[in-house]
Design a binder for this molecule. Structure first.
Ligand code: SF4
Length: 363
């Protein structure tokens, strides 16, 4: 059995993990800076999103909004447009609100106390600890799913790692193990270990720098930790969307209503509705009742799949050529080809891709 990870063993454990991190860490753009604004942006973008997806968004965002002042000055619409495709748009809305608060109340500096950081929109305990430790060297340990999994395996703790009592115990354990002289590197080292070596399904114990202290590995139960979580069963939905197109190539987009908000993320969207029967008939009747369009020529453009949390959605797209777009309060009528200059969700991108193939088959 490995030595218990306490007392003198902790010092050796910290040394080993930090050495490994410094020699093997991935070269990521936000690791080349200590600027709190950049660290904050990266931490928000990385929530529920893969590193490889985040990198181009992070770089584009900083090109467009190089400082917290630039972000605070920008209209929300511009921020959402740059965020388009990254998903979870409440992150962008909160980032923008928080930027305005930082400029207005904190002299344009991300606050360096946990309490003030937690008071900002979109900042939870994990994000506050990550920013404060990496940007300001504050001794706050992070705990996310990756770190909790590593801790559970090191101490061979079975069961649901998210159970409230257990999560609190992991928070205390993470704070206990924190290397206080270099908390930013320490936190990134534990996260890096979880993200690249101590993987959820197949931990790579043979290359793990801390395997000598791992109790789960010693007793051969690393694959059973953490226990699988029960997920809500998938809900299946069918949606039909109509892309109206006038002779000048303009289309009609609306702000998502409350019903479609989670699918279209409260961004600009094509007219759409849930279709339990024939999607074509649903679109025809929707166009008639909502916009007074009778006998419109409706062309089927194709179907795509989309997933939002536990909902699996089939999206049927239709092209509807009209001589004139209906006038709708609060709607926009951009050129179809310029649609991506507006903030739109991935679902809207998929619909527009289907229709674009119908309009220009060789694209
Ligand atoms: Fe994770 Fe394996 Fe390392 Fe233990 S030895 S911390 S299970 S990668």
């Amino acid at each position: 059995m490995p030595p218990k990870l306490s007392g003198a063993a902790v010092a050796a454990f910290r040394r080993k993990l930090l050495q490994w991190y410094r020699s093997s860490k991935r070269d990521l753009p936000w690791r080349r800076t200590h600027d709190p604004y950049c660290i904050w942006l990266a931490e928000i973008m990385l929530q529920q999103t893969r590193v490889t997806t985040v990198i181009p968004y992070y770089e584009r965002f900083l090109d467009r909004f190089p400082s917290v002042e630039a972000l605070a000055r920008a209209p929300l619409e511009d921020v959402l447009q740059i965020w388009s495709g990254l998903g979870y748009y409440s992150r962008a809305r909160n980032l923008h609100r928080a930027a305005r608060q930082i400029v207005g109340r904190h002299a344009s500096q991300f606050p360096d106390s946990t309490e003030a950081a937690l008071a900002l929109p979109g900042i939870g305990r994990y994000t506050a600890a990550a920013i404060l430790s990496i940007a300001y060297g504050k001794p706050r340990a992070v705990l996310d799913g990756n770190v909790a999994r590593v801790l559970a395996r090191l101490d061979a703790i079975c069961g649901d790692i998210r159970a409230p009592g257990r999560w609190r115990a992991f928070e205390a354990r993470a704070q206990d193990l924190l290397e206080k002289s270099t908390p930013g590197d320490w936190n990134q080292a534990t996260m890096e270990l979880g993200a690249t070596v101590c993987l959820p399904k197949a931990p790579r114990c043979e290359i793990c720098p801390v395997s000598q202290w791992c109790h789960a590995r010693a007793i051969g139960i690393e694959d059973q930790i953490p226990a699988a979580r029960t997920r809500p069963s998938a809900i299946r939905l069918k949606l039909a969307a109509a892309v109206l197109l006038d002779p000048r190539g303009r289309t009609l987009v609306l702000r998502s209503g409350a019903k479609e908000a989670s699918l279209f993320s409260r961004l600009w969207q094509f007219p759409a509705l849930e279709a339990n029967g024939s999607p074509r008939r649903a679109v025809a009747s929707h166009l008639q009742t909502k916009f007074g369009l009778r006998d419109a020529a409706i062309e089927y453009a194709g179907e795509s799949r989309h997933t939002v949390t536990h909902r699996r959605i089939r999206l049927a797209s239709f092209l509807v050529r009209v001589s004139r777009l209906p006038r709708v309060r609060g709607a926009k009528t951009p050129k179809f080809a310029d649609l991506r200059r507006l903030p739109i969700s991935n679902a809207t991108r998929k619909i527009s891709d289907q229709v674009a193939r119908l309009i220009s088959p060789r694209r």
